[in-house]
Design a protein. Structure first.
Length: 141
């Protein structure tokens, strides 16, 4: 006879294994702080590269203007402006990264907890069946 409650939990477990296991693997391996820190480190590198690409594209676009003002250009002011722009860009980008990956970790952890609770319930059902089978077999002996 099929235990419908156990079957329901086993279907949920199989759905997690099929759909979400790969996505939620870091939530099983890392603590929240470690996961978010790793993602922020990756984002720092990617953000720095992105800022450099944006700066290079802007430089190519404004090449004629830059060459015309080359002699009268205040390099210290330019460096300060670029430094402040980089700092603002990175603060915004890393803040967005923190929020996104913090929420992603929370959602993934919730899915993992549901998965483990389902496993525990299925295991408890099997153990209960084994105990019942064991006690009913002793009656026949």
């Amino acid at each position: 006879m099929v235990n419908e409650e156990r079957l329901h939990y086993m279907v949920k477990i199989a759905e997690f294994d099929t759909n979400d296991r790969k996505e939620c693997r870091p939530m099983m391996q890392y603590a929240r702080r470690d996961y978010v820190s790793l993602q922020m480190l990756k984002s720092f590198v990617a953000g720095t590269v992105a800022f450099g690409v944006i700066l290079a594209l802007w430089g190519l676009y404004s090449m004629e203007t830059l060459l015309a003002k080359l002699n009268s250009l205040d390099f210290m002011e330019l460096l300060i402006t670029l430094g402040v722009s980089y700092a603002v860009f990175m603060v915004v980008y890393l803040t967005a990264t923190y929020i996104v990956y913090h929420m992603k970790f929370t959602e993934g952890r919730r899915k993992v907890k549901k998965y483990y609770n389902g496993l525990k319930k299925v295991n408890a059902m099997y153990e209960r069946e084994e105990r019942l089978k064991g006690s009913s077999n002793k009656d026949w002996e």
